[in-house]
Write a protein that binds this ligand. Structure first.
Ligand code: SF4
Length: 208
């Protein structure tokens, strides 16, 4: 069976919904709730484990087969952390913007891109990325690391928040999100952190 580089989600009322790109298995976290802990992938339906990382050309070919112009957005999401491949993601964003100017581009990320690449990459996203959704996950560095088991330890939390604040200067919408499994007081503490960082806050459904 071939790898699932691309899958569709959210079609309704005659709209095609979103195209999701799955481009790597790698991540700098090992979150306790990650779908990578579930061998069946998304909700038990789609096996997202990649036998190899698709090249930029393979990803473009997969998009072309789906005629992306009919979709409202393309989302970099997937099994692992898409910004492990920051330059490849930006190359695909540029190609999409040049060929499908109305399509929205969203990146779902753990917010570690600057830690991964080693410098502030957020200016490179200007004009290419419309929405960044970052997993905040917890209100303190210690709680974050307990949930996310980051390669960077507690610095993963501070690096993620710094990335969010910097990205907000170049990307129209930056969202910090938590899953709805957290206690109410922890969710409120996270909401305040998002406000302070100048980002939108979202409590997302764990099952989606
Ligand atoms: S950051 Fe995302 S991909 Fe990485 S381990 Fe956590 S949930 Fe999984």
């Amino acid at each position: 069976m071939s790898d699932t580089i691309l899958y569709k989600y959210g079609a309704q009322d005659g709209h095609e919904g979103s195209l999701y790109l799955n481009i790597t298995n790698r991540c700098t976290n090992r979150c306790t709730f990650c779908i990578r802990n579930n061998p069946d992938g998304v909700g038990g339906g789609t096996d997202l484990w990649l036998t190899h990382e698709p090249s930029v050309s393979e990803i473009k070919a997969a998009l072309l087969r789906e005629k992306p112009g009919g979709y409202k957005e393309v989302v970099f999401c997937g099994y692992g952390e898409p910004l492990m491949r920051f330059d490849d993601v930006m190359a695909i964003c540029l190609w999409l913007k040049e060929n499908y100017k109305d399509i929205l581009i969203r990146i779902n990320t753990n917010g570690h891109a600057n830690l991964i690449i080693g410098y502030d990459v957020t200016p490179k996203m200007a004009g290419l990325v419309d929405v960044i959704s970052i997993s905040l996950n917890a209100s303190t560095a210690a709680a974050y690391d307990k949930i996310c088991l980051s390669d960077y330890g507690e610095d993963g939390f501070y690096g993620m928040l710094d990335f969010a604040a910097r990205a907000a200067k170049y990307v129209p919408e930056v969202v910090l999100s938590v899953v709805d499994l957290l206690p109410a007081d922890e969710i409120e503490a996270c909401r305040k952190i998002a406000q302070k960082a100048g980002c939108r806050f979202r409590v997302r459904d764990y099952t989606q």
